[in-house]
Write a protein that binds this ligand. Structure first.
Ligand code: SAM
Ligand code: SF4
Length: 335
């Protein structure tokens, strides 16, 4: 046990009530911006958290104020024991949600509902099957598209995440917004971010400002409505008047939202990351397995959190390759 009661408050006064847990390092897609072409070095199975360990670590965070847990990966649904993980975590007093590529989510509708998961984020970077194949290196467009419609029909709250890349899918911004005309979903355009092995460079990124230029050229000013963002929201939310759904931009590169950050991340091999962009990690799993308290390590990691983007507080720093190659590839962080 630690002296400080609020171990999830950092030195900048931010409280962390949101834990994202990556369940697996593998995936059934190969998105170029996420998984390096040459693959990633996978942790041996014995180094990955078991479902009991996931539950034990999550319980500690919840006892210190975490109220939201999102499961991610890799692809969380390809983990064999996902039903048990959901069942265990659903016993905690948290809002439980999941981020998935939705390729096989139709097989999990009942188990998600039974465990109180009703908010699902789905990745879909193109509405064109050929482009989808190009970016994910797999032919699964139809399954993902149909599964988004199925999730909506089944009453889930669905957000669709699209990572924008210049010259690849920026010409689909308006198609994506039109996709929200009859569907009550939120499409979130994500600025392409740098991680190890994803060949990021600033010129490939489509910025928040550029997205809004597309929007302003396509719709009358009076029909574009700026919505109220939720507290700790990472996105700037909008809607076209009369459309059932909405759209948003997640501008981690040009307009970071670090001031209100309330997130911590746990990797599938039990390392705590205090920021998506930080290269530092704190090993919770080894300590847990040694039968010791993980609280002092959590407290130290939270205290060490940088004010902005893991210390990359300027665009210049973000563009220094060494700073992101020290970090993991996104597939092993979890977004
Ligand atoms: N497989 C699941 C999925 O694709 O939704 C969950 C894991 S994925 C790593 C989580 C999120 O990270 C996805 O929405 C994905 O688009 C986003 N992501 C991955 N690499 C990214 C990058 N370089 N820049 C911005 N977003 C990225
Ligand atoms: Fe897999 Fe998601 Fe990464 Fe795509 S973004 S490779 S679906 S983990």
């Amino acid at each position: 046990m630690t002296n400080n009661k609020n171990i999830l408050q950092d030195s900048h006064g931010r409280d962390h009530a949101y834990l994202r847990i990556s369940l697996i390092e593998r995936c059934n897609l190969r998105c170029t911006y996420c998984m390096p072409e040459e693959g990633v070095k996978l942790s041996p199975k014995s180094h990955l958290m078991t479902y009991e360990e996931i539950y034990d670590i999550a319980k500690t965070f919840v006892s210190h104020g975490v109220t939201k847990i999102r499961l991610t990966g890799g692809e969380p649904l390809i983990r064999k024991d996902i039903p048990v993980i959901l069942e265990k975590l659903s016993t905690l007093p948290v809002e439980l949600s999941i981020t998935s590529n939705a390729v096989i989510i139709d097989k999990f509708i009942d188990v998600l509902k039974a465990n109180g998961v009703n908010k699902i984020n789905v990745s879909l970077d193109s509405l064109d099957a050929t482009k989808f194949k190009h970016i994910t290196r797999r032919h699964e467009f139809k399954k993902v598209y149909d599964n988004i419609l199925l999730l909506v029909q089944e009453g889930f709250t669905v957000k669709v995440n699209a990572v924008l890349m210049k010259g690849f899918n920026d010409n689909e911004i308006i198609d994506f917004i039109n996709f929200t005309k009859d569907l009550p979903i939120s499409v979130r355009f994500i600025e392409f971010m740098p991680f190890d092995g994803n060949k990021w460079d600033m010129s490939k990124m489509v910025s928040y400002a550029e997205v809004m230029t597309y929007v302003n050229n396509a719709f009358a000013e009076s029909s574009i409505e700026r919505l109220q963002d939720a507290p700790n929201d990472t996105s700037k939310n909008y809607k076209i008047k009369g459309f059932k759904g909405s759209f948003a931009v997640i501008s981690s590169v040009t307009n970071p939202f670090c001031d209100s950050c309330n997130r911590l991340r746990l990797t599938a091999n039990g390392q705590l990351k205090n920021c998506l962009f930080s290269s530092g990690e704190s090993d919770l799993l080894t300590t847990l397995r040694a039968g010791k308290s993980i609280e002092p390590i959590i407290q130290k990691a939270v205290q060490a959190k940088f004010k902005v983007r893991g210390g990359m507080d300027t665009l210049k720093k973000l563009q220094e390759p060494k700073l992101h190659t020290n970090n993991r590839s996104m597939i092993t962080i979890g977004g």
